[in-house]
Ligand binder design. Structure first.
Ligand SMILES: Cc1cc2nc3c(=O)[nH]c(=O)nc-3n(C[C@H](O)[C@H](O)[C@H](O)COP(=O)(O)OP(=O)(O)OC[C@H]3O[C@@H](n4cnc5c(N)ncnc54)[C@H](O)[C@@H]3O)c2cc1C
Ligand code: FES
Length: 279
């Protein structure tokens, strides 16, 4: 059992939890993830580490309550326990000093972007972070990103904070202005990552994306997380999470993420109904 030490609502439907998990905290590295089950009958929920503290034995996760399982998790209180956590999972991505590195994060993607951005900064890169959200109140990890970035650019779709538009608009403007950029890392909604890849492709800039296909076991056994990269099938849980964004088939990733929409909706409807019945 893993005790939930603190819970915080950091944006509408977006939660940050600190969880006591000493073994995970000792081994976690930037770019890795965990899979948790809240209780014995719970679904497996993959979440990327936002942070960890080996001394305190804690890991920090940020998640958006979207469907049945994440809403169930969102209702957990300080002092409650998570039944099991598997991890750290996924490859530890190599981090180099490329020169100038840009991290492009969208929505909840800013949480997994934070440790990756920090490792790029620690490796000596000049770090530019572009953090985007639909609106100001949905911005995540702005303070954390501002502390580690040489330059932080906020974008909102509705213009409520920072530059109005998508993070890719800012990235495109930066590249077209002749700014020398040596490396781009992106994490967030697959459609955003696709357009980040299309923005950097004509400039020939090495671009990597952290992929989030549906996962079940997280250990390379079930095949649920298969993605197509460079025409080959890869399993994101063991071969990734990070892949060459120019080689990634984002359309297939988006299509596969839609596979269980009717079942996901039905599960959420049943859950909401049962909650109301219990009131
Ligand atoms: C490696 C990885 C890291 C992730 N990190 C984060 C994170 O740090 N923060 C965060 O908010 N979300 C993260 N996600 C997404 C998160 O796992 C899903 O939002 C969650 O599983 C949804 O479950 P649900 O039952 O609440 O919603 P559902 O209604 O079941 O699904 C909502 C949407 O979530 C996705 N999803 C559903 N089940 C899974 C699954 N088993 N694996 C992956 N995606 C699924 C699908 O796109 C689906 O349409 C990550 C996903 C992966 C694969
Ligand atoms: S989640 Fe089963 S193979 Fe990756």
């Amino acid at each position: 059992m893993f005790e939930i030490l603190s819970t915080k609502l950091i944006a509408p439907d977006i939660y940050e939890f600190d969880v006591h998990a000493p073994e995970l905290a000792a081994k976690a590295r930037a770019g890795q993830f965990l899979i948790l089950r809240l209780h014995e009958r719970g679904e497996r929920i993959p979440l990327t580490f936002k942070d960890w503290d080996a001394e305190k034995g804690t890991v920090t996760i940020i998640f958006q309550a979207l469907g049945k399982s994440t809403w169930e998790l969102a209702k957990a209180k300080e002092g409650d326990a998570i039944c099991d956590i598997l991890g750290p999972l996924g490859m530890v991505p190599p981090v180099k000093n490329y020169g100038t590195a840009v991290v492009v994060a969208g929505g909840c993607g800013a949480a997994p972007a934070f440790p990756r951005a920090r490792s790029l900064k620690e490796a000596g890169n000049h770090l530019i972070s572009i953090v985007g959200a639909r609106s100001e109140n949905l911005l995540v990890c702005e303070l954390e990103m501002s502390r580690i970035s040489d330059e932080l650019i906020i974008t909102t779709d509705d213009g409520s904070k920072g530059a109005k538009g998508f993070p890719t608009t800012t990235l495109k403007e930066m590249l077209e202005s002749g700014r020398k950029i040596d490396y781009v890392f992106t994490v967030g909604p697959p459609i955003m990552m696709k357009f980040v890849a299309e923005t950097t492709r004509p400039f020939g800039i090495k671009t990597e994306a952290s992929l989030n296909p549906i996962m079940v076991d997280g250990t390379g056994m079930c095949g649920a997380c298969r993605v197509e990269v460079g025409g080959e099938t890869k399993f994101a849980c063991v071969d990734g999470l990070e892949f060459d964004a120019h080689e990634t088939n984002f359309d297939l990733l988006i299509k596969r993420l839609e596979t269980y929409k009717p079942q996901e909706k039905a599960a959420l409807d049943r859950y909401e109904h049962s909650c109301k019945c219990g009131e």
